[in-house]
Design a protein around this ligand. Sequence first.
Ligand SMILES: *Cc1c(COP(=O)(O)O)cnc(C)c1O
Length: 516
Amino acid sequence: MGPLDIQWYFRAGWVDPKPVKAAYQLCEANLVTGVAHLKKAKTGGFMDNQQFREWSRKAADWGAEYRRTLAARPVRSQVAPGDIARHIAPSPPEQSEGMEEIFEDFERFIVPGMTHCQHPNFFAYFPANAAPVSVVAEYLVTAMAAQCMLWQTSPAATELEIATIDWLRQAFGLADGFSGSIQDSASSATLVAVLTMRERALEWRGNQKGLAGGPRVRIYASGQNHTSIDRAIWVSGIGQENLVHIPVKGDSRGMDVMALEQAIKDDIRAGYLPAGIIGCVGSTGVGASDDIVAISAISKEYNLYLHVDAAWAGSAMICPEFRHYWEGVDQADSVVVNPHKWLGAQFDCTAHFIRQPEETVKTLAIEPEYLKTHGKDNLINFSEWSVPLGRRFRALKLWFLLRAHGLEGLRAMIRNHVKWSGELCERIRQAADFEIITEPMLSLFTFRHAPAGIDDLDQHNLDLVGRINEDGRIYVTQTRIDNKTVIRFQVGQFETMRENVMGAFEVIAAFARSGN
Ligand SMILES: *Cc1c(COP(=O)(O)O)cnc(C)c1O
C-alpha cells in the first residue's frame, strides 16, 4: 500500500488525507529504520516481508498437501495424554529461534496430536468442515488482522456481515423480518438470547439491579437440550433450578406441549416470572426436534421470548424438502445455525438471526466515550449484538464459500449425506446382531450391537466404540438414549463419499464380531 492508496481509503471524508499521507510516510520511514534496528540489535525473529511471503507460501503448500494426504491419516489422534506436552519447552525462549526449527516442530509434535475433523471417515459428533475456499478467505482476514467491533473499525466487515446474513436468511427460507449477526459459536448466540429474554421479562431492570430480590425468572427447554443452554442459564445468573426441563414424547422426541403449558401455568401461579422458551431442531444426541408451530403458539399466548437452536440441522434448510423439520420457525424471536458445522465455513462461524435487534441492543449496548462514533448515527455496531467487544471478520469466508460453491453445490452435498446415511442405516438394520435405536433425522441415527448372550450391552457398545476409534480408520462416538448406551453416526464431511459411509459398516461389524 502506498500513500496514494491511503488517500483513496480516506476519501469517505471524515479524515483529512493530507496529514494522513504525511503520517504514513513518517510511519514507513520508521518501519524501515525499525526493522534495520531490530536486525542490527540481533533481536531477530522479526519476519521481514520477504520471509513472510516465503513462509506464507510454505504454509499454503503444507495445507494443500495436508488435504491431499488426509485420508491416509488415523481419524482420531492416537496419542496418549501428555505425549504432546512432553515435547513443549517448559519456558519461553529468551533468544529467537529459526522458523525452520519452529515449523519442523509443528510437523513433528503438533500434527500427530490433531484429530482430523475433515477426514472422509469422520462420523463422530457433528461435522466441522473447512471448505478450502473458506480457508483462503480466513488467510486474508488473518493477514489484515481485521478488528470488526464497530462499523468504523472495518466498514467492509459490517456491511458484508449484513449482506451475508441476509443471503443465509434467504438460503434457509427464513422470513424477511429477520436480521442478525455472525457470532463465534452457538453457545454465544444462545447466551445472548437468554440475556435478552431475561431483560425483556424484567423490563430491562436486571442489568442495573441484579436478580436478587426480584421474581424468579423461568426458562423452558426440552430434556434433550444442548449443554450450551444450561451454561447460558448459569452465566446469566438465572440459575439451573430455573431452567425447567420439559419431558419429550413421540418419535421426534420433541417437548410435550401440554406439559410445557402446564409448567408455565404452574409457575405463574407460584409467582414466578416465565421469560422464554428454547426450542430445538436436531438435538446433538439423536436429532430430537420440537414442534415449533405448537411451542411458538404458546410463546405468543404467554408473551414469552422464543429462541430456536438449530445449530447443526439448520444448514440442511438450504434444501426446501427438509424445512418441514423447523416449520413455524418464522415465529421465533431468534434462531441459531452453525455454518461452521455442515455448510463448510471454517470454524468459527455462527449465524444468529434476530427478529427485534433493538431488544438485543437494549440488553447489551454499552457506550463508553472512546467507542462513540460521533456523527455517524444509524450505523450498526455489531459489538452491541454480542457479548465480546472485539470481533473477527467472519463474513468474508461465508461470502467466498457461498459464491464459490453456489447453493446448488452445497445442496447436492447435503442431499448425498442424508441419502448415504439412510442407506447405511438400512444396511445395519438388516444385520441380525445389530439394532437401530433412533431413526435417521437428516444424516444422524443411532444403533447398537446387541447379539444374544451378552449381559451388559452398554459396556459392550462402549468398548466397541473404544476399539473402533483406537484403530483409527473411522471415528464414531456414543450417546445415551432411553437408558441405553448407543453408537451415534452422522455423515457431514465435504470429502466423504458413499464408499466411506458404506465402508464404515465393515469396520464396525468386524470389531463387533471379533469379541474383546
Ligand atoms: C453444536 C451444537 C451447539 C453448540 O455449538 P457451539 O457453536 O459449539 O457453541 C448447540 N446446540 C446444538 C443443537 C448443536 O448441535
